[in-house]
Design a protein around this ligand. Structure first.
Ligand code: AP5
Ligand code: MG
Length: 206
């Protein structure tokens, strides 16, 4: 299965991706996570990407395309993969079409006005990368598994999120039509609980 999970910032791509990869046994390729790991270890790609990410802008297409092309050529992607956060521009989608064949694009359909609160409340475990949200009843300050304090992403400030949502509307929304025309788009309601959304995902993936 060669899959893409598409959706606005905070739509729940990463949250659903964790469940999808566990059920369908696919590698999870999140360009955002790859950039954050590169920033943490101070690689040239990380240094290049940081300025864009901190402002809520997109990293230039050529940088991302090269990164994804390299990742998709690795052994674990031979029998399928789940792309999360890529593609985000028409140029990236066209480049991807030259590299591989996408079978299904899951589009998480969400109410954009609810996303700011979701993103600002997001917290992540720095060790196991598990996500949580300050709005959830189950929220605690520490990851119960790793016993370390959750951290907040530097680009999850209110001002940066507004930029990210503008960028999504201007540059990524056209991909919905692009994949609809290609006959591979599946819309899933992203506004229920995490488990309800996942049930919708499983319904389209089978
Ligand atoms: P990236 O990391 O991809 O961020 P994003 O697209 O802005 O999306 P998020 O990760 O913020 O949201 P998500 O949809 O994964 O939601 P999540 O599941 O965490 O990219 C970051 C930056 O990297 C970009 O701005 C750009 O600069 C750069 N970049 C990355 N890819 C690029 C590319 N291809 N080209 C150029 N630049 C690129 O959920 C959010 C919160 O809500 C969490 O707290 C979660 O617990 C909670 N939540 C999830 N589902 C539910 C639910 N159903 N109900 C209630 N709460 C929920
Ligand atoms: Mg994410």
């Amino acid at each position: 299965m060669n899959l893409i999970i598409l959706g606005a910032p905070g739509a729940g791509k990463g949250t659903q991706a964790e469940k999808i990869i566990a059920k369908y046994r696919l590698p999870h390729i999140s360009t955002g996570d790859i950039f954050r790991a590169n920033i943490r270890s101070g690689t040239p790609v990380g240094l290049k990407a940081k300025g864009y990410i901190d402002k809520g802008q997109l990293v230039p297409d050529e940088v991302v395309i090269e990164l994804v092309q390299g990742r998709l050529s690795e052994e674990d992607c031979k029998n399928g993969y789940l792309l999360d956060g890529f593609p985000r521009t028409l140029a990236q989608a066209q480049a991807l079409d030259k590299i591989t064949k996408i079978e299904t694009v899951i589009n998480l359909d969400v109410d954009l006005s609810k996303l700011l609160a979701r993103i600002v409340g997001r917290r992540t475990c720095p060790v196991c990368n598990m996500g949580t949200n300050t709005a959830w009843d189950s929220y605690t300050k520490e990851c119960p598994k790793c016993e370390v304090t959750y951290i907040q992403r530097p680009d999850d400030t209110e001002e940066t999120v507004k930029n990210r949502l503008d960028v999504y509307n201007n540059q990524t929304v056209p991909l919905i039509e692009y994949y609809k025309r290609a006959g591979v788009l599946k819309n899933v309601n992203g506004m229920g609980t995490v488990d309800e959304v996942f049930a919708g995902v499983v319904e389209v993936l089978g």
